[in-house]
Design a protein around this ligand. Structure first.
Ligand code: GLY
Length: 334
């Protein structure tokens, strides 16, 4: 048995050499390893992008303590950030497109590959909840624009004018030059992507955003696209993206991160490799993308093209009620 495995590895390594690719198991998956949590029943973890991830994770763990699942953790965390009118990148208060419309994208996915998504939605307070309804109550995965809004109204979901005074003033100022620069960083960050592992070992993920500021009307980014802005495989782990959606969509980034994890990469290594895929594919001086990943054992990792990317990590072990939390700077260095 051992010798046939050795033979397989030898042949596969030789083939990889001929093809000019390094087999994944030979790569130096070594940087920024998170200490592994014991994969015992009862561990729970949640990771979310950017500073607002701290409060989102708090809300997620509150939902868990109230008997919720990983999906409930995701929805609770995302709703909190969607309702924050001060945030310029998610939900109410999000910066509008170049014509002054706030258009929202969101998706959600569970450990069984159920997924729901909405895009180009206007006037709806909680697109994450709408995405969950699409997943749970319809035969579809994705609803767009007026159709998604019609469904939200049928459900009696909360509606609101999402363009706040603060966002409107920023848009007026932008219009003076109308200089579209899709540079996304901590000062002008975007999407919240969230991944959660509940006490039953089930994973879920979500993503919600108002997208790139001053985008063309009708533009949809990576966040509602399953495989790009979010992907979850209950057997492996989950990944989510933040940053310029076009770069993420062109490399199917979150799916790539999860597939790399399936092949043995740690969450950190997988995020690093997916970032390299973008760097190898297109000029990146003026674009930022960050990936965040959570393994089914509760290990997490994150990496971005440029400095400034951070994420929040909360975990609790073996059903204990105390939750450990920290903000991790994944900004650079590999
Ligand atoms: N990552 C969010 C967007 O590009 O819309």
């Amino acid at each position: 048995m051992a010798s046939s495995r050795r033979k397989f590895l030898k042949e596969a390594t030789a083939l990889a050499g001929i093809l000019g690719i390094g087999p994944l198991w030979n790569r130096a998956w070594s940087r920024h390893r998170m200490p592994a949590l014991p994969n015992a029943n009862g561990n729970a973890a949640m990771v979310s992008t950017w500073n607002h991830g701290m409060l989102a994770n708090d809300a997620g763990f509150a939902a868990l303590e109230n008997g919720g699942t990983a999906l409930d953790m995701i929805e609770a965390g995302a709703r909190l950030v969607e309702a924050d009118a001060e945030g310029l990148s998610v939900g109410i208060g999000g910066l509008p497109d170049r014509d002054g419309h706030v258009t929202l994208d969101a998706c959600i996915m569970d450990h069984t590959k159920n997924a729901g998504s909405v895009c180009f939605v206007q006037g709806i307070m909680h697109p994450i909840s709408l995405a969950r309804k699409v997943m749970e109550e319809t035969p579809h995965v994705m609803l767009a624009g007026a159709g998604a809004e019609q469904y939200a109204r049928e459900l009696g979901m909360e509606e609101s004018n999402l363009l706040t005074e603060k966002a409107s003033l920023a848009w007026e100022k932008w219009k003076a030059t109308a200089n579209y620069k899709p540079v996304i960083n901590i000062e002008n960050h975007d999407t919240i992507g969230l991944l959660a592992l509940d006490h039953n070992g089930h994973l879920a993920g979500g993503c919600t955003t108002s997208g790139v500021a001053y985008k063309m009307h009708g533009r949809v980014g990576d966040s509602p696209i399953i495989g790009a802005g979010l992907y979850v495989d209950g057997e492996v782990g989950g990944a989510t993206a933040t940053g310029l959606g076009e770069a993420v969509m062109r490399t199917v980034g979150s799916f790539l991160v999860v597939e790399l994890m399936r092949q043995g990469a740690s969450p950190q290594e997988a995020c690093y490799e997916a970032v390299q895929r973008i760097i190898q594919s297109m000029p990146t001086d003026d674009l930022q993308v960050g990936y965040l990943a959570l393994g089914r054992d509760g290990r997490c990792g994150g990496h971005a093209i440029h400095g400034g990317f951070n994420y929040a990590y909360h975990h609790s072990e073996s059903f204990e009620s105390s939750v450990h939390s920290k903000l991790i700077d994944a900004s650079h260095g590999t």
